[in-house]
Design a protein around this ligand. Structure first.
Ligand code: GDP
Ligand code: MG
Length: 277
């Protein structure tokens, strides 16, 4: 029996220096080791370098590679929200980083766990995970503080919400897609909270991971962390009884995100009466 079709998204912003070997590695590995249909879709937005040219060059060689390009600065979350609209094209949809921190073999190992849960996520913080090279110390501290806040707000008991290696069944993505709003790097929390609240099971599996130089997040850690904090509070508020009352604060929120040079959360899709579910 053929394996299920798999579509992997790679959000990419100014990745001309890091993405080429990653695309080649994934396309080559899944081409040789996966019998189901495999698609790799890079979601670019507002890149100021030649990421698009690099992706197009690799796509000529590997038919499994394609791309979506959005000129507007929609952020990593915005790019993934767009990319997840392709969920109907595959049985399993997921995403990884453009830097190859988690290799294709590690992603393949996660796939069988989708028989037990609708969403499987890699974790760098579970016993059994292999950190070939850890993140810089200060980044780890910030990451752990973020984890504590996420746990206090959402009580999901997920050790590593931010690991960029997540796989989901198509039906789960389609069910929660209209609840995805967060356009910045806290998108992952938005996604996991939406899945949990819809009653889907999330399984966290130790993963092999290596820190790759050139992180966009570490480069502007303070600004990114502030925006991510704001965004997780925003996700929490969506599900709180105060949400409607806070509507007059929207212009202030827009101003803060603009000041932080971060894409603001998206509005509820048209036709969705209430912004909380
Ligand atoms: N499309 C898009 N992708 C982004 C944006 N910001 C970051 N990314 C991508 O998100 C992923 C995570 O960024 P990275 O710098 O690897 O962060 P780290 O792994 O957390 O240190 C990478 O694939 C980036 O190219 C953005 O504004 N738009
Ligand atoms: Mg990365």
């Amino acid at each position: 029996m053929p394996e299920p079709s798999l579509l992997l998204l790679i959000p990419a912003y100014n990745e001309e220096a890091r993405i080429e070997p990653v695309l080649r590695l994934y396309a080559d590995f899944f081409g040789k080791n996966y019998s189901g249909k495999f698609q790799l879709v890079v979601v670019l937005n507002g890149c100021r370098d030649n990421t698009l040219g690099v992706v197009q060059r690799v796509a000529k060689e590997f038919p499994s590679v394609s791309w979506l390009d959005f000129p507007a600065p929609i952020g990593k979350g915005g790019a993934l929200i767009e990319g997840l609209k392709l969920a109907g094209n595959a049985d399993i949809i997921g995403y990884v980083d453009a830097d190859g921190a988690t290799g294709p073999a590690a992603v393949l190992k996660l796939l069988p766990f989708l028989e037990k849960a609708e969403c499987v996520i890699g974790s760098r913080w579970l016993p059994g995970s292999v950190l070939l090279k850890a993140q810089p110390k200060f980044r780890q501290v910030v990451s752990r503080c973020f984890h504590v806040i996420v746990e206090l707000l959402f009580w999901m008991h997920i050790k590593d919400t931010q690991c960029p290696c997540k796989l989901m069944r198509r039906a789960a993505v389609e069910k929660i897609h209209s609840n995805l709003r967060i356009a910045d790097l806290a998108f992952d929390v938005n996604l996991l909270v939406a899945l949990k609240r819809a009653g889907f099971r999330i399984l966290e599996i130790p993963v092999e991971w290596t820190d790759i130089v050139g992180s966009k997040v570490t480069a502007s850690l303070f600004r990114n962390s502030l925006a991510m904090f704001l965004s997780i509070v925003r996700v929490w508020l969506i599900y709180s009884p105060f949400y409607k009352l806070l509507r007059p604060l929207r212009p202030l929120e827009a101003w803060i995100y603009k000041t932080l040079r971060t894409p603001a959360p998206l509005a509820a899709p048209r036709g969705k009466k209430e912004d909380r579910e």
